[in-house]
Write a protein that binds this ligand. Structure first.
Ligand code: NAD
Ligand code: 6OD
Length: 487
């Protein structure tokens, strides 16, 4: 029988009777793997009220130490149920098991641990001031939870990205109403089981499922009792959510789209650069916000680099995620596949040379219903081609030669997005100089997606608002208040 995923509110999964259900299909073969109950306005309202009530219950009476210990217990339970999380995320996304076991699921547990530790160790400021009577005064700051946080999540790395918001939100003493992507509901539901098992007070973690506009997502973001909204997803959606948040002047934290530049100098460690760019363009079938769909290669090594990257791309192994030989998965949905294939066609129309890929692979009969596309490399596009300017969010990149540092900095910055860049060179003085000049939130030098969770993470320009990570997350998930004591 097909499993039904319902909302998790006030510590309980909701009954499925009477719910409006929609299908969750496997990206691998198109089979229906679950049916999801779309939470209507009234159910979102119950979730928000549960979260509000929990702000005044046992959760609010816990010491920081007790809350941090509870989040460590959540992390430990995720680790104990590691295989269940891997299976759920593989079913939702179709991505290979090694990506789940090495990257995405371990980060779930790490996201709870790091912020449990941060809140215990971050001081607040104090200022001693002079006063006319000579006795002075002491100011000190205290941090308070912001309240009920609406957490709106995307589908591309569902568990990593959801827990990246939940870890700090809960560590700071907030309660949450999470809206997972309609494409990837499974790990958020599993986390409900974990929260209940560990004894996280009812109403602290709530999940409502459904779509975005005119559906569950919008019901969360427009709810007047939601105090702040943290969102990861497309820039266009961020604009809609910001409008919703303007009502009631609620705070937002946004991690949005990107069209990131990978930059390879001729002096780079060649093999490391090819590996790095291969990962940055094709990991997770290119569905990573930090991915490099624009790759600039210094002219003397351009052709050699193109050929080496092509060889790696042509060696990917398509297959089911649980087959350990698979290195490459499908896109998330047929809708997203149509979008990516639309760009594949547009690249040809805009005059690209297709180095490899550009279409649909010939899959075995049992996988034909999946959302497969070929990993693709282009060259020869003009800098103003839409394929070079717009986020595709697929397994593809355009390679373009460059001749000077100034030229490549200008090319990298010539975009409305500013999320990340990866620079490959042995000339570290130049790399540091470029890091100052490229308008992005995150620069990697001779690395990509190497994450220290204490560092500021977020985008410049249209790639985001705010920074999360380490103490930066506390700026969003707490309200700092000043206390002034006359001495
Ligand atoms: P999306 O914006 O389509 O959807 C994200 C979430 O928002 C989903 O849960 C969706 O249901 C909800 N939503 C959509 N419209 C809404 C509305 N009007 N009101 C409330 N909720 C609404 O994004 P996606 O397709 O799921 O994810 C891919 C995008 O996310 C890409 O653009 C990618 O670059 C971006 N992303 C950015 C980062 C980052 O850290 N900067 C990380 C991952 C993904
Ligand atoms: O590593 C992270 O914390 C993070 N937010 C990664 C985002 C990946 C985007 O697809």
């Amino acid at each position: 029988m097909t499993r039904i995923i319902t909302s998790f509110i006030d510590g309980e999964f909701q009954p499925a009777e009477g719910a409006r259900l929609f299908d969750k299909r496997s990206p691998v073969d198109g089979r229906v793997i679950a049916r999801i109950a779309e939470a209507p306005q009234a159910e979102v309202d119950r979730a928000v009220r549960a979260a509000r009530a929990a702000l005044r219950g046992d959760w609010s009476r816990m010491t920081v130490e007790q809350r941090a210990a509870m989040l460590h217990a959540v992390a430990d339970e995720i680790t104990r149920r590691f295989d269940d999380f891997v299976a759920a995320e593989m079913a939702d996304t179709g991505q290979p098991s090694h990506v789940m076991t090495h990257v995405f699921i371990p980060r779930g547990a790490a996201n709870f641990k790091i912020f449990a530790d941060v809140v215990k160790n971050v001081p607040t400021e104090s200022f001693r001031m002079d006063t006319p009577d000579g006795r002075g005064a002491l100011n000190y700051a205290i941090r308070k939870p912001k309240g009920v946080i609406g957490v709106i999540c995307p589908w591309n790395a569902p568990f990593l990205l959801m827990t990246w918001k939940l870890g700090p939100a809960l560590a700071c003493g907030n309660t949450v109403v999470v809206k997972p992507s309609e494409e990837t509901p499974l790990t958020a539901a599993l986390l409900g089981e974990v929260m209940a098992k560990v004894g996280v007070p009812k109403g602290v973690y709530n999940v409502v499922n459904g779509f975005g506009p005119k559906s569950t997502g919008e019901f969360v973001t427009t709810h007047p009792q939601v105090d702040a909204i943290t969102f990861t997803g497309e820039t266009r959606t961020g604009t809609a959510i910001m409008k919703a948040a303007a009502e009631g002047l609620r705070d937002v934290s946004f991690e949005l789209g990107g069209k990131n530049a990978g930059i390879v100098f001729a002096d780079a460690d060649f093999d490391a650069a090819v590996d790095g760019i291969f990962r940055s363009a094709f990991l997770n079938t290119g569905q990573v916000c930090l991915g490099t769909e624009r790759v600039y290669v210094e002219r003397p090594i351009f052709e050699r680099f193109r050929d080496a990257l092509k060889a790696k791309v042509e060696a990917v192994k398509y297959g089911r995620p649980e087959d350990h030989a698979s290195t490459y998965g499908p896109l998330i949905s047929q809708e997203h596949r149509d979008k990516v294939l639309g760009y594949y066609q547009r690249a040809v129309d805009e005059g690209a040379t297709v180095v490899t890929g550009g279409g649909v692979p010939d899959m075995p009969a049992d996988l034909k219903g999946g959302c497969w596309v070929q990993p693709t490399i282009w060259t020869g596009l003009k800098d103003d081609a839409s394929v070079v300017r717009e986020e595709i969010f697929g397994p593809c990149c355009h390679l373009r030669p460059f001749d000077s540092e100034d030229e490549v900095v200008a090319l990298a910055n010539d975009n409305v997005y500013g999320l990340s860049t990866t620079i490959w060179t042995q000339h570290l003085a130049r790399a540091h100089r470029m890091a100052e000049r490229i308008e992005v939130g995150i620069t990697w030098i001779n690395a990509w997606f190497l994450r220290d969770l204490r560092t500021p993470f977020g985008g410049s320009k249209q790639s985001g608002i705010g920074r999360e990570g380490g103490v930066h997350s506390l700026e969003f998930y707490t309200e700092t208040r000043n206390v002034c004591v006359k001495l």
